[in-house]
Design a protein around this ligand. Structure first.
Ligand code: ADE
Length: 224
């Protein structure tokens, strides 16, 4: 997969890309992530990327010209152009899986009060929100989005099973998990997990996943 990120703050994005699994995925060629500074697509002396909204109101909007020039330079026939915005459809594990099957993502990070509406109208294929709260900078949201998508690419997680076992991938939260030691400060690992009885363990894991989901996220159990 290839990912191009368009942002006013490339350095914000570079930290998360340079650690751990995202770093390894790039090194091993499973994903190529390129971060572009939108100011590089301006042509005036002050490299202006924002302006006041028509009709007044507080704050500044991102101007259309640098975003159009960047996207038109970078996108290809098969590209999916994504705008990070709190107005977008919420990111879910299912949507992350859909995005992970796209060959090329071009991600526009919003800033200030948002982007000129013509960017949405003419360039954007999908709008993505990472939750019902407002960040100062879409680059943070894009880093979350890229992480959620890239870890689902085949070969990125060491153990192919890992992503399949995630909370949400089965529609449920994962139940409690334990590692060694079997007893720590008087707290015991449930006996069944130490029993070696694979069927009993599987039953216990399934039951505790259902129970945890019911307690914490009953909305996930509702049928649609
Ligand atoms: N930009 C600002 N807030 C955001 C959010 N919640 N999701 C995506 N992009 C954003």
């Amino acid at each position: 997969m290839e990912i191009d990120v368009l942002t006013l703050f490339p350095r914000i994005f570079e930290g998360p890309l340079d650690e751990s699994i995202l770093k390894r995925a790039q090194k091993s060629g499973l994903v190529a992530v390129r971060v572009h500074n939108l100011r590089d697509f301006t042509h005036d002396k002050h490299r202006v990327v924002d302006d006041k909204p028509y009709g007044g109101g507080p704050g500044m909007l991102m101007k259309p010209e640098p975003i159009f020039e960047a996207v038109e330079t970078i996108r290809r026939e098969e590209s999916c152009v994504v705008l990070m915005t709190p107005q977008g459809a919420p990111l879910t594990q299912e949507r992350a899986q859909e995005f992970s099957r796209k060959p090329h993502l071009v991600i526009i990070c919003g800033h200030y009060e948002g982007v000129d509406e013509r960017v949405r109208e003419a360039l954007v294929d999908e709008e993505v929100s990472i939750g019902d709260y407002v960040l100062t900078n879409g680059a943070l949201a894009a880093a979350v989005f890229v992480d959620a998508v890239v870890r689902l690419l085949p070969g990125v997680l060491g153990d192919e099973q890992s992503a399949g076992d995630d909370s949400f991938s089965s529609g449920l939260l994962e139940g409690p998990q334990y590692t060694r030691p079997p007893e720590f400060r008087g707290m015991q690992v449930p006996e069944v997990l130490l029993s070696g009885n694979h069927e009993a363990v599987a039953r216990w894991l399934a039951k505790s996943a259902r129970q945890r989901t019911k307690e914490r996220r009953p909305d996930l159990l509702k049928e649609d």
